[in-house]
Design a protein around this ligand. Structure first.
Ligand code: SAM
Length: 230
């Protein structure tokens, strides 16, 4: 999968996407990440990427012309046109379902807003989907883009390696995951549930399922409700 990121801060991505599973996926060619500096597409001598909002109001707005040039250039780097995703607190909420949908795309082009956001004409004419990582406002779209890239990469076939599967994680079957334990079996007088040490696989599976249900009921009862209208 190819992901292009349009951003004023490409350097912000170094670190989180250069370690562990994401690094392995990149090294294996499963994830092909490209960053594009939006400022490179400004044309005035101050390299302006933003301007005052028409009609007044606080802050600055990212310019449609600069963003459009950046998008055109990024797009032209590969044959696949790509799905253009703007990170925005006004977008649809990033859920496990949406992550899976996005992971099926051969190419994503992520647009990171800054300041007060992006000129609405760019959104109207160039953006396919707006995605939010939660009901709060961050200073820019870079952290949300990293969250999206991390979550999506886990669903790229082969990215988790042979031993792990996203199907055994929270949300995959609509439930939260059961609690996990590892050695030592006793620490500080704190034991682990006997059933996990019993070696009785069928009973262990039953216990895990019951735990998943109990956890979900206690922490996220909304996940057990039928979808609206369904
Ligand atoms: N003025 C905008 C509003 O009230 O809806 C908020 C702009 S925010 C300060 C700047 C940029 O950060 C946004 O354009 C978006 O790219 C990003 N951003 C902030 N919060 C976000 C969130 N919860 N999810 C996704 N992107 C977010």
């Amino acid at each position: 999968m190819r992901i292009d990121v349009l951003t004023l801060f490409p350097e912000a991505f170094a670190g989180p996407l250069d370690v562990s599973i994401i690094k392995r996926a990149r090294d294996a060619g499963l994830l092909d990440l490209h960053y594009h500096q939006v400022r490179d597409f400004a044309t005035d001598r101050h390299r302006s990427v933003d301007d005052y909002p028409f009609g007044g109001g606080q802050g600055m707005v990212m310019r449609v012309d600069v963003l459009d040039r950046a998008l055109a250039e990024a797009r032209a780097e590969a044959e696949e046109p790509g799905l253009v995703v703007l990170l925005s607190p006004q977008g649809e909420r990033l859920t496990d379902g949406l992550v899976r949908e996005l992971a099926r795309e051969p190419r994503l082009i992520l647009v990171c807003g800054r300041y007060e956001g992006v000129d609405e004409r760019f959104i109207e004419h160039r953006v396919d989907r707006e995605v939010s990582i939660g009901d709060y406002v961050l200073t820019g779209g870079e952290l949300p883009a990293m969250v999206l890239i991390d979550a999506v990469t886990r669903h790229v076939p082969g990215a988790l390696g042979d031993e792990a599967s996203p199907e055994e994680e929270s949300f995959a079957d609509g439930l939260l995951e059961h609690p996990q334990y590892t050695r030592p079996a006793e620490y500080n007088g704190w034991g682990v549930p006997e059933i996990l040490l019993s070696g009785h696989h069928a009973n262990i599976e039953k216990w895990k399922k019951a735990q998943r249900l109990e956890r979900t009921r206690a922490r996220r009862p909304d996940l057990l409700e039928p979808p609206p209208g369904g």
